[in-house]
Design a protein around this ligand. Structure first.
Ligand code: NAD
Ligand code: IPM
Ligand code: MN
Length: 353
């Protein structure tokens, strides 16, 4: 098949990890007789520097004409001036909103081979396989906000409509039907009005999915339980900001933030695929970033936007095998052990394709 993929590498380690994923997608294309065309476009801090805008018109057009977008990360110390009118992260939020990508799938798996490295007891990690479904285009990220001129007060607003909750919850229920038939909806209904609407809506929908066992948890308790008994969870659905925080937390289960991929989807097959981590300014430019999250995001791209499930599985299996045989970037290597560079790790994955 022919497919067009727009690559927004962004800032910091962004170009290092997207470079790794693109090189593997090229191998997949060659092996399976596909024709993938990649177009790079400026995004984030790099685009602010070059175009004064983190999501320039040209980049929007490049994304609109693509089948999918592969994204690295945005942001960095160069663009964190709190008084700046434009920030790299705004580009990311505009991208998600522009394409109404309301469902952000963030799978979290524990790797047996990395269990010794994760800071949790190995027995707790057995069988950990959670799919977070994070609402991505609503809530406090997109509500009105203001920083008062005097600097003495500021406010943000969080708003959800029944429609916004329904469409993301449908994605979560359907995912649970294809997995282990359990769905946990996480909210803060003991305090927030939006959470009460969230809970009521999800609860009402449960009748349409009699084969899914639904429960509700408060976010503070969930944040503790997900590390205490992580294997208990199957699909977890939650609002935008809770999902942001809980998935970084859950990266501990996978051994490193660098391991986790994501797919941001809307109504059609178009999607944006990115690791959940940021631009990691502390290690940028050193060639030591873990590209696993981005490589697994590329696998999700193959599966969800291009409908190439076999190719996606091949890529995922190659990552599993490389890790199982001991390939380790520095973030998941024990102290003193020899760690691979980003490109060495990518070559180890390639060897299994
Ligand atoms: P971060 O995720 O960039 O880094 C947190 C820690 O994890 C750092 O120690 C980093 O070295 C490590 N890390 C992250 N990814 C790694 C990888 N692939 N391999 C090895 N180690 C990795 O979070 P931060 O430092 O809080 O944020 C830095 C910048 O990134 C900020 O400007 C933030 O807004 C931005 N950010 C962007 C995205 C995105 O583009 N989707 C996501 C999160 C943060
Ligand atoms: C993520 C990031 C973004 C978010 C930031 C950079 C806006 O943390 O993709 O998880 O909060 O959604
Ligand atoms: Mn985040």
């Amino acid at each position: 098949m022919k497919a067009t993929i727009t690559v927004l590498s962004g800032d910091g380690i962004g170009p290092e990890v997207t470079g790794a994923a693109v090189s593997l997608l090229e191998v997949i294309a060659a092996r399976h007789g596909h024709q993938f065309t990649f177009h790079e476009a400026p995004f984030g801090g790099a685009a602010i520097d070059g175009h004064g805008d983190p999501f320039p018109k040209e980049t929007i057009r490049r994304c609109e004409s693509a089948d999918a977008v592969l994204l690295g990360a945005v942001g960095g110390p160069k663009w964190t001036d709190p008084k700046a009118a434009v920030r790299p992260e705004q580009g990311l939020l505009r991208l998600r909103k522009h394409f109404e990508l309301f469902a952000n799938l963030r799978p979290v798996k524990a790797y047996p081979a990395l269990a010794a490295f994760a800071p949790l007891r190995a027995d707790l990690l057995e069988g950990v396989d959670i799919l977070f479904v994070r609402e991505l285009t609503g809530g406090i990220y997109f509500g009105a906000r203001q920083e008062q001129g005097d600097g003495a007060t500021a406010w943000d607003t969080m708003e959800y409509s029944v429609h916004e909750v329904e469409r993301v919850a449908h994605v979560a229920f359907r995912a649970a039907q294809k997995r282990n038939h359990r769905l946990t909806s996480v909210d803060k209904a003991n305090v927030l009005a939006t959470s009460r609407l969230w809970q009521r809506t999800v609860e009402r929908m449960a009748g349409d999915y009699p084969d899914v066992k639904l429960d509700h948890m408060l976010v503070d308790a969930f944040a503790m339980q997900v590390l205490r008994t992580p294997a208990r969870y199957d699909v977890v659905v939650t609002e935008n900001m809770f999902g942001d925080i809980l998935t970084d937390e859950s990266a501990v289960l996978a051994g490193s933030l660098g391991m986790l991929p994501s797919a941001s989807l809307g109504k059609g097959t178009f999607g944006v695929y990115e690791p959940i981590h940021g631009s990691a300014p502390d290690i940028a430019g050193q060639g030591i970033a873990n590209p696993t999250g981005t490589i697994l995001s590329a696998a999700m791209l193959l599966r969800f936007s291009l409908n190439l499930d076999e190719e996606a599985q091949n890529l995922e299996r190659a990552v599993d095998m490389a890790i199982a045989e001991g390939a380790r970037t520095r973030d998941v290597a024990s102290t003193g052990a020899l760690a691979l560079s980003t490109s060495e790790f990518t070559a180890a994955v390639k060897a299994h394709l």
